[in-house]
Structures are given as structure tokens and as C-alpha cells.
Design a binder for this molecule. Structure first.
Ligand SMILES: *[C@@H]1O[C@H](CO)[C@@H](O)[C@H](O)[C@H]1NC(C)=O
Ligand SMILES: *[C@@H]1O[C@H](CO)[C@@H](O)[C@H](O)[C@H]1NC(C)=O
Ligand SMILES: *[C@@H]1O[C@H](CO)[C@@H](O)[C@H](O)[C@H]1NC(C)=O
Ligand SMILES: *[C@@H]1O[C@H](CO)[C@@H](O)[C@H](O)[C@H]1NC(C)=O
Length: 386
């Protein structure tokens, strides 16, 4: 583009200066002077357009490249990074982000924050209000993915939905993020939430799921676990992994295959999967990795205004199942724990790479009945198993 501009100038000036042959020495200087004066602005514009085009071109290269660039940027070097082309020194800017939020893992906290952030940073936030449909038919998948790609960029789309394979439908893949938590804590949170809404609701015998029989509502959790009620058995305890494994029917059955698929998808398609137990570090990493979306999120989260809005009044867990019941649960959730530990290790690795201290190292015992993360209170998702 700049070359063309230069040539046009040369033709004009050749016409103008045809008479004075002796002035040829000054010729070039004059041209350059005139070019810079008249067309400096135009050149800058052209350069800008070129850069923008190049950015779009890079983004069309797809998220795997983007993920590699980001990982390279933070020194999370892998084989392909070391042997592939040199990544840019500037952090790439993914303009399409999908947060396929896992139920009862603090996602309502995040969505509240996202509303504030979308306003401040001028991105489109689409938060689906479908809470009970995580698995879709092939046709529904295609429609949903097409819908998602039509959102004005930059956008962040969030819904309780199992991993969607965009490339299968030849649609450019977005960047994925997510947050999970200790599987037993997640299960307990959902168990009581389904019945009573939240812990205060339980105290006041508030009703969350209309139509639920008292028998079920007041079912003792130890009975549920030890007497193998469906709600406390597999496959319904197999809950987190399918979010990362995908829409394949086999993804819903506890198995090595689903576990491995989920791990692989995390490595290949997720920019970050945080753990709720270290929420502040998750927010900090999101701020570093996706500044266009999450800049200043930690300050917002810690601000008194937000605390008021979120009503983050922590209460203490009242219903911890018996030790025996917990051990049974833990055995039933073996794959979920392997996956959770995998995610937590990966998260700590990312923290180290970025230079954050690693969080308190929880011992690898079966279940940690620590005080619940306060974010739990207002996680209003209906993560009902259907
Ligand atoms: C999901 O919830 C809506 C109402 O909130 C209900 O009409 C619909 O039947 C539910 N779908 C499933 C699959 O449970
Ligand atoms: C796609 O968008 C249309 C129009 O906004 C909406 O009616 C439809 O339900 C959406 N489909 C899915 C699967 O989200
Ligand atoms: C997505 O679908 C394509 C085509 O069916 C398949 O080759 C690919 O492995 C799938 N990717 C994931 C992450 O499941
Ligand atoms: C938080 O919610 C409880 C009950 O839902 C209410 O009594 C309390 O005043 C609220 N606190 C704040 C700071 O809004």
C-alpha cells in the first residue's frame, strides 16, 4: 500500500519537474518531504489497516495457535512451542471467549462480576438463562454454535453446557475458560441447594424445587449415600468431567475414556481452568490472561460495593455427612477426583509460570471439610441433574 502511494507521487513529480533537469539531485528529498507532509496521515491509516488485517488473519488462525502464543508468552513451553514458529512478544487478544460454567462452582459470582466488567470494558456478555440443559442434539449444537459466532465481538458467552466441538461443524473455535471445585463439596452444595435454595433457606424450610415430595426433600444425606439412592450414585455423581469431555454419549459414563478426553480437551482448548478454592488467584490469572475482559476484576471483587451486591455473608456448613458416607462418596467419585487433582496441579503450574506463589497445598486426603468458599452462597445455578 505504501509503495503504491510512493509511485503515484513519483509520477506526479516527474511531470512537475520535467523542465529542470539540473534539479534532479533535490528530487528525492522533495518527494519525500511532500509525501511525508501530505500523506503522512494516510500512511499511518494504511499501516493501521494493515495491522488490523494482520490481527484478523492471526485470529482466524484459530485458538490452538492463540493458546500456544499465550502459553509461550508466559513461558509454558511445550514441544510444539519449542519447535514451531516463534510466537509474538505481544499478548494476543482473543475476541471470542466461552465460559461453559459448571454448576455450583461459584459461577454466579463470576457472572455478577462479568456484568460489571462488560459495562466497563465494552465487550458483549451473553449469559444464557438455560440452566438445565447441558447436553444437546446435534442440530441444537450446530444452532447454538452458529448463534454464538453471531454475537458482536469481542464477546464472552456463558452457559451451563458440556464442551462444544466447534471444529466439528467447521466453525472457528473460541477460547474456553472454566472454574471447578472439590467434587464432594460441589455435590453437597448441589444436594442442599436443590432442596432448600441455600443454607438460610434450609433453616427456614424454604422450598427450592416445587413438586419435590417431602420424602425426598428431607431425605437424610447419609441414607441417600449409604442406601444407594440414584441421586447419590453413579452416573449422577459423574458431573464435572462431562463439562470438559463433550457432547458424546460416552462422556456421561464414568470411565477412563471420558476422563482422558476431558483432560485432553483442557490441554488443547482451555486457556484457564481455575479452582474455586483459590478464587482470588483465579481472578488474578484471568486478569493477566484476558486483560481486555478481566482488567481490574480482583479490585472489583474486593470492593465493598461488590460485597454488598453479592451479599457475601459466609455461613458454616451444617450438614457434613458421616465419615463412612464420605468415604463411600469418595470411592464413587474416583474419576472426578483424578480430574480435579489434574486441574489443580495444572492451575498451580500456571500460577508458578506467571510468578504467583502457589496456594496452600491441601493434603491429598479424601475430603476437606473446610469452611465453604463464601462464593458458594450466591451460586444460584440450578445444577439439577436430569
Ligand atoms: C428446564 O427448565 C424449564 C423451566 O425452567 C422446563 O420447562 C424444562 O422442561 C426443563 N428442561 C429439562 C430438560 O429439564
Ligand atoms: C439462537 O438464536 C435465536 C434468536 O436469537 C433463538 O431464538 C434460538 O433459541 C437460539 N438457539 C439456540 C440453540 O440458542
Ligand atoms: C471434534 O470433531 C472432529 C470431527 O468430528 C474430531 O476430529 C475432533 O477430534 C473433535 N474434537 C474434540 C475436541 O472432540
Ligand atoms: C444479605 O442477605 C440477607 C438475607 O438474604 C439479608 O438479611 C442481609 O441484610 C443482606 N446483607 C446485605 C449486606 O445486603
Amino acid at each position: 500500500m505504501m509503495k503504491n502511494i510512493g509511485n503515484n507521487q513519483i509520477h506526479k513529480h516527474q511531470a512537475n519537474h520535467n523542465r529542470g533537469k539540473n534539479k534532479r539531485g533535490n528530487w528525492l528529498a522533495v518527494i519525500l518531504f511532500r509525501i511525508s507532509r501530505r500523506d503522512f496521515g494516510f500512511c499511518l491509516t494504511a499501516l493501521f489497516v494493515f495491522c488490523l488485517g494482520s490481527l484478523v488473519w492471526q485470529l482466524n488462525g484459530g485458538p490452538p495457535n492463540l493458546l500456544q502464543d499465550i502459553r509461550y508468552y508466559f513461558g509454558q513451553s511445550t514441544f510444539t512451542d519449542d519447535h514451531g514458529p516463534v510466537a509474538p512478544k505481544v499478548l494476543p487478544f482473543p475476541s471470542r471467549v466461552v465460559y461453559n460454567r459448571v454448576g455450583k462452582c461459584g459461577s454466579r459470582t463470576i457472572v455478577l462480576l462479568l456484568r460489571i466488567l462488560a459495562d466497563r470494558h465494552q465487550f458483549t456478555l451473553v449469559s444464557s438463562d438455560i440452566h438445565n440443559k447441558t447436553r444437546l442434539t446435534k442440530h441444537e449444537q450446530a444452532t447454538l454454535m452458529r448463534n454464538i459466532t453471531e454475537i458482536p465481538q469481542p464477546f464472552l458467552y456463558t452457559r451451563h453446557v458440556h464442551f462444544l466441538n466447534f471444529t466439528r461443524f467447521r466453525i472457528d473455535e473460541p477460547v474456553y475458560i472454566n472454574i471447578i471445585r472439590d467434587p464432594i463439596n460441589r455435590f453437597l452444595s448441589n444436594y442442599f441447594f436443590r432442596r432448600f435454595g441455600d443454607w438460610r433457606g434450609e433453616e427456614n424450610h424454604l422450598v427450592r424445587t416445587p413438586g419435590m415430595k417431602d420424602e425426598e426433600r428431607y431425605l437424610d444425606i447419609n441414607t441417600c449415600i449409604l442406601e444407594n439412592y440414584p441421586e447419590c450414585s453413579n452416573p449422577r455423581l459423574f458431573y464435572i468431567i462431562p463439562y470438559f469431555c463433550g457432547q458424546h454419549p460416552q462422556c456421561r459414563e464414568p470411565s477412563e475414556w471420558a476422563l482422558e478426553k476431558a483432560k485432553q480437551n483442557v490441554l488443547e482448548h482451555y486457556l484457564l481452568v481455575g479452582v474455586l478454592e483459590e478464587l482470588e488467584d483465579v481472578l488474578l490469572l484471568l486478569e493477566r490472561l484476558l486483560p481486555h475482559f478481566f482488567f481490574d476484576v480482583l479490585n472489583i471483587y474486593k470492593s465493598p460495593e461488590y460485597k454488598k451486591l453479592g451479599n457475601l455473608t459466609g455461613t458454616v456448613r451444617k450438614h457434613t455427612p458421616s465419615l463412612e458416607a464420605l468415604q463411600v462418596l469418595y470411592q464413587r467419585m474416583e474419576y472426578e477426583y483424578i480430574f480435579y487433582n489434574f486441574i489443580r496441579d495444572l492451575f498451580h503450574l500456571t500460577k508458578r509460570k506467571i510468578g504467583l506463589r502457589s496456594g496452600p497445598r491441601p493434603s491429598r486426603h479424601h475430603y476437606n471439610p473446610a469452611p465453604r468458599a463464601h462464593a458458594d452462597e450466591q451460586d444460584d445455578d440450578d445444577a439439577g441433574h436430569n
